[in-house]
Design a protein around this ligand. Structure first.
Ligand SMILES: Cc1cc2nc3c(=O)[nH]c(=O)nc-3n(C[C@H](O)[C@H](O)[C@H](O)COP(=O)(O)OP(=O)(O)OC[C@H]3O[C@@H](n4cnc5c(N)ncnc54)[C@H](O)[C@@H]3O)c2cc1C
Length: 331
């Protein structure tokens, strides 16, 4: 029986947490189907301990493509690796992360393999009679949940929202195989030469993988005031987010934009200050575990979705929160 696969991502030689989340998803699907769970790692010099951790977290087989030319993510090359692997092993389901890498890579793979792809799923299950993958994702600005099937093409592919799955506890007694794939020169394209990598301005922390996100909107009034949001994010150990109006004004960089045309996020805590709660913004935070809103307008839409609402001037409320956080850390 064909395996269920996940695509593991790495950062500076370490397996990213989201890859362990995918293994929990994949394990559940593989167990329901009674098949093995494989995972693919593409990179360079990924330590054995990291590859073993994939087995400890649920994988039965780890397929590794390891080469200096694979050390940086390039879409064409990585998709060539996957297409070749799919042809050789014919996984029936492939699950990747809805991260910047996953969202960029998987559409390429879908086109090259003539397979379907459902982006940004929050639920995956197996249909009882057909054993098709049921791919559930919020649609129409998060107002409905759509379940999508791919009955005619294989593999069935989906990307899954980071932070929407609990990682399985590591089990060091689990056994599995680690297979290094022979490198093929066909993978590499002469059209792309990687000269170096550098983070985009403001891209230090990925908000879609953060546990805590503190966002600011037009209510901040000017760029300089965004320092307040940054201070609160640092004090809480979180990342900075922003509404589209704040991004359009150049107060924050686009990778920080939350919402329909920005990022969809599921942090444990989302704080929104000076954000009205337009439907396009709310679409990006519907799966956040706890939402705290600060707004001077008691009728602001954001309060309809918020778990805790603070009606007040953010320029008074945030310094007060910072003061309390400081006194707590000193105690
Ligand atoms: C196709 C499309 C896609 C879009 N995608 C996105 C998206 O991805 N993300 C997104 O955010 N928007 C998106 N938008 C834009 C969206 O419709 C809103 O325009 C935007 O979210 C508003 O941003 P805001 O809440 O910062 O500003 P406003 O709506 O102007 O809200 C500012 C808020 O700050 C409050 N405020 C003012 N002063 C203070 C103060 N001193 N203290 C406390 N509160 C204060 C006000 O009461 C107000 O509620 C999209 C729109 C379209 C048409």
């Amino acid at each position: 029986m064909h395996e269920v696969w996940t695509i593991s991502e790495t950062y500076e030689g370490r397996i990213k947490e989201v890859s362990l989340e995918l293994l929990a998803r994949g394990r559940a699907l593989a167990d329901t189907l009674g098949v093995a769970l494989g995972t693919v790692v593409i990179g360079y010099k990924i330590p054995k301990t990291e590859l073993n951790s994939l087995i400890e977290h649920g994988a039965d087989s780890v397929y590794v493509a390891d080469d200096p030319k694979l050390s940086s993510f390039t879409c064409n090359t990585y998709s060539n690796v996957l297409v070749q692997l799919f042809a050789a092993h014919k996984p029936q389901i492939v699950v990747s992360a809805a991260t910047t890498t996953g969202r960029t890579l998987m559409p390429y793979v879908a086109v090259k393999t003539h397979a379907g792809l459902t982006a940004d799923c929050t639920g995956l299950a197996i249909e009882e009679n057909t054993q098709n993958l049921l791919q559930t994702r919020p649609a129409i600005g998060g107002n409905i949940l759509a379940t999508i099937k791919t009955p005619d093409h294989r593999p069935q592919m989906a990307t899954v929202r980071p932070r929407s799955t609990k990682i399985l506890a590591p089990d060091s007694s689990r056994t599995g195989s680690i297979e290094y794939i022979p490198i093929s020169e066909d993978w590499f394209s002469s059209e792309v030469e990687v000269l170096g990598m550098r983070a985009l301005e403001g891209q230090q922390g990925a908000i879609d993988e953060a546990d805590i996100v503190v966002s600011g909107g037009k209510g901040l009034k000017k760029k300089d005031n965004f320092k307040l949001i940054e201070k609160l994010a640092v004090a809480l150990g979180g990342e900075v987010g922003a509404s589209r109006d704040a991004v359009d004004r150049g107060w924050e960089a686009y990778p920080h934009q939350v919402g329909l045309s920005g990022k969809t996020i599921s942090p444990r805590l989302y704080m929104a200050a000076g954000i009205s709660g337009a439907i396009q913004h709310l679409a990006g935070i519907k799966t956040a575990k706890c939402i705290v809103a600060i707004n001077s307008d008691e009728h602001a839409n954001i309060f309809d979705l918020a778990d805790f609402g603070i009606v007040g001037d953010l320029f008074t409320v945030i310094p007060e929160i910072l003061k309390r956080l400081e006194s707590r850390s000193e105690a």
